[in-house]
Design a protein around this ligand. Structure first.
Ligand SMILES: NC(=O)c1ccc[n+]([C@@H]2O[C@H](COP(=O)([O-])OP(=O)(O)OC[C@H]3O[C@@H](n4cnc5c(N)ncnc54)[C@H](OP(=O)(O)O)[C@@H]3O)[C@@H](O)[C@H]2O)c1
Length: 297
């Protein structure tokens, strides 16, 4: 059974390849082999490989740059998803897709559930929300996993940035009034494969109609601020010998660290819905962080 992984070189894409169950045959093109913005390129892969599932881990993820490259962000995060959704929907092929906590404005004070109203405050969030809508409209059999603060040993992320700064500087200022849930790319890949395994079992025993399709929030636990996250990164990095000394850490407010794109102050996702399915693990980010840092030794 072929599983087509789009965006296979990214943080989540790389983990999807590493963690793929061996009864799936993974097809993992690069973005130059399968460009989601090119409808013909998307269709060619569907025709050639007739995938059992398509997992879309591709995205335009440069949150600040998106403010000045809105066309590019929408072309990948909205139109690209639409191209996949139309090709899959027409053939009855399921699509597993990843979205973001940045579809919310961050004004809530309790964790966001799947039924909360969306209201992105930046271009990236708006483009990802448009992609969610395109997938929902054109492909019935979909799983959308909204996640947050993704980290892994590959690619660009907060953990790698903190490690670099921790080596170069004696004191680092980190925002302490934005709250969310760090989430390892590996745990996201495991969650998606858990749906994949279930679908594999369904295929021989049942119709795909009663599969738990839909929108889910998924992050690691517990919630924290970027400052708390940085503190743990430095503590563990020192313990593992990745840093000689823990740098001084200073908490600052969002207003003291202006960025091109506004971020939600509060983007904690309520993960009860996915937890209640009973087959998806929600690990603590501290232990996931330990695995990622150990990979970097
Ligand atoms: N990073 C986060 O903190 C975060 C938070 C919440 C949600 N998410 C979501 O999680 C998912 C995975 O994120 P990630 O951090 O793994 O992303 P990533 O590391 O930035 O990887 C993005 C992937 O998309 C590919 N891509 C870009 N443009 C493409 C195109 N036109 N056609 C095909 N592939 C293309 C990239 O390939 P090239 O490198 O060759 O361009 C890369 O493989 C995304 O949906 C993202 O929105 C991420």
């Amino acid at each position: 059974m072929n599983v087509l992984i789009v965006g296979s070189t990214g943080q989540v894409g790389s983990e999807l390849i590493k963690l793929a169950p061996d009864y799936f045959n993974v097809i993992a093109p690069t973005s130059s082999e399968l460009d989601v913005t090119d409808k013909g390129s998307v269709d060619d892969y569907f025709v050639e490989f007739n995938p059992f599932i398509v997992i879309n881990a591709s995205a335009y993820t440069a949150v600040d740059k998106a403010e000045t490259e809105a066309d590019k962000a929408f072309s990948i995060n909205d139109n690209g998803v639409k191209n996949i959704a139309i090709a899959a929907g027409a053939r009855g092929i399921p699509v597993f897709h990843i979205s973001t906590d940045y579809v919310f404005c961050g004004k809530k004070e309790t964790p966001y559930t799947e039924s909360d109203a969306t209201n992105p405050i930046g271009v990236y969030g708006a483009s990802k929300l448009a992609g969610e809508k395109a997938l929902t409209e054109f492909c019935d059999k979909h799983i959308i996993l909204r996640t947050s603060w993704v980290f892994s040993s590959s690619g660009n992320n907060f953990v790698k940035t903190m490690l670099r700064l921790g080596r170069d500087r004696s004191e680092i200022s980190v925002v302490s009034d934005q709250f969310g849930c760090p989430t390892s790319a590996a745990s996201i890949a495991k969650a998606l494969w858990a749906f994949g395994c279930l679908l594999y079992k369904y295929d021989s025993t049942s119709t795909k109609e009663d599969f738990p399709w839909g929108l889910y929030h998924y992050s690691n636990k517990p919630s924290c601020s970027w400052y708390d996250f940085a503190q743990e990164i430095f503590k563990q990095s020192k313990q593992l010998g990745l840093l000689e000394h823990e740098p001084g850490l200073k908490g600052i407010s969002t207003s003291e660290y202006p960025t091109l794109a506004k971020r939600p102050n509060f983007s904690i996702l309520d993960c009860e819905k996915i937890k209640n399915l009973g087959f998806v693990d929600i690990p603590e980010w501290q232990s996931e962080l330990n695995d990622v840092l150990s990979d970097l030794i």
